[in-house]
Ligand binder design. Structure first.
Ligand code: P6P
Length: 333
């Protein structure tokens, strides 16, 4: 029987062979994974745990918060604040950054997360997930501030997500490819089930919310129209469509079998760059996708090169199979 490689063993052996997972980063990743196990447990209870439905509050995005959004946020904060590996955290569910309380030692890492992405799916039992991104606090004597978080996605030192679906799966990169761990509920640990994920360069599957079609910019409309024309059109092949309305689930499918995911700018709110958030959705997902041989742009620029100006800023996202992303980006140019 092939030996089960736990997340901890994987991280230790990666550090031994590649040297890019210092012990504090390993601790951070193990703590985040443990928090995801806790979130998975709460999600799996659903109505039996009294955790479904809305919390009767709104987050910084002006979106109704689900009870599980708040639970997941609290689980991640409580799991990470005492470990000594973090200077601060930032979350979709919190207006400003969360400084590690003075009663705990401060570390050099900054942790950003969307604690429960896909909230609209929580109450209808469709896959949702946690997305996280890790940066290093810039050098300097000054106390950590929001400005320290505003780093381009190419500066991330780790990124990943946990999808709470038929399996609970943790997908992670530290800059040396993408590894996939499946939660073994009997052991209570994440076990390595796939390494070096590769996204096919081509695809016949696109993911976009078609109900927004009349609001799209011309290059996006052109790309989708060509997909819909199928083998009789300029693409010469038929396309399939998937839209789970849970970025973690759509991206997981693309990492697993290819595809292109698009949440583009549209003219409903012209001053908003897009719906998805740069720092804790687009950046971690873009790094994972690039590490798996895919591409990710905002239609014009590589997402990981974008210099953020606000913690909760939004961005247009086109990511997945490289040749498709390149085509959509070329249409924008
Ligand atoms: P729509 C979930 O709320 C989310 O932020 C992403 O996970 C998902 O891809 C998108 O919004 C779905 O948006 O407009 O299709 O409901």
């Amino acid at each position: 029987m092939t030996q089960k490689i736990s997340l901890s063993r994987y991280l230790v052996e990666q550090q031994r062979s590649k040297g890019h997972i210092p012990s504090q980063l390993r601790l951070l990743l193990e703590v985040v994974a443990r928090a995801c196990k806790g979130i998975s447990h709460a999600v799996n209870k659903g109505a039996l745990g009294g955790v479904l439905g809305s919390a009767g509050s709104e987050n910084v995005q002006g979106e109704v918060q689900k009870k599980l959004d708040i639970i997941a946020n609290e689980v991640l904060i409580e799991a990470n604040e005492w470990g000594g590996h973090l200077a601060a955290m930032a979350s979709e569910e919190m207006d400003s950054i969360y400084l590690v309380p003075n009663r705990y030692p401060q570390g050099e890492y900054l942790l950003l997360f969307d604690p429960l992405d896909g909230s609209s799916n929580i109450d209808v039992n469709v896959s949702i997930g946690t997305i996280f991104s890790v940066l290093i606090k810039p050098e300097g004597p000054q106390a950590v501030s929001e400005q320290d978080f505003l780093q381009a996605g190419k500066h991330q030192v780790a990124a990943g997500y946990c999808v709470y679906g038929p399996q609970t799966t943790l997908v992670l990169t530290v800059g040396d490819g993408v590894a996939l761990f499946t939660l073994d509920r009997e052991q209570g640990s994440f076990v390595l089930t796939q390494e070096n994920l590769q996204i096919p360069q081509d695809t016949q599957e696109f993911a976009i919310n078609m109900s927004n079609m009349r609001h799209w910019d011309a290059p996006v409309k052109r790309y989708i129209d060509e997909c819909l024309l199928g083998q009789d059109g300029p693409r010469g092949k038929n396309f399939n469509m998937r839209w789970i309305a849970s970025m973690v689930a759509d991206v997981h499918r693309i990492l697993t079998r290819g595809g292109v995911f698009m949440y583009p700018w549209d003219k409903r709110e012209p001053n908003k760059a897009g719906k998805l958030r740069l720092m804790y959705e687009a950046n971690p997902m873009s790094w994972l996708v690039e590490q798996a041989g895919g591409a990710s742009t905002n239609g014009r620029t590589r997402i990981l090169d974008l210099q953020p100006t606000q913690l909760h800023e939004r961005v247009s996202v086109i990511l997945g199979s490289k040749n498709e992303v390149d085509r959509v980006t070329a249409y924008h140019h």
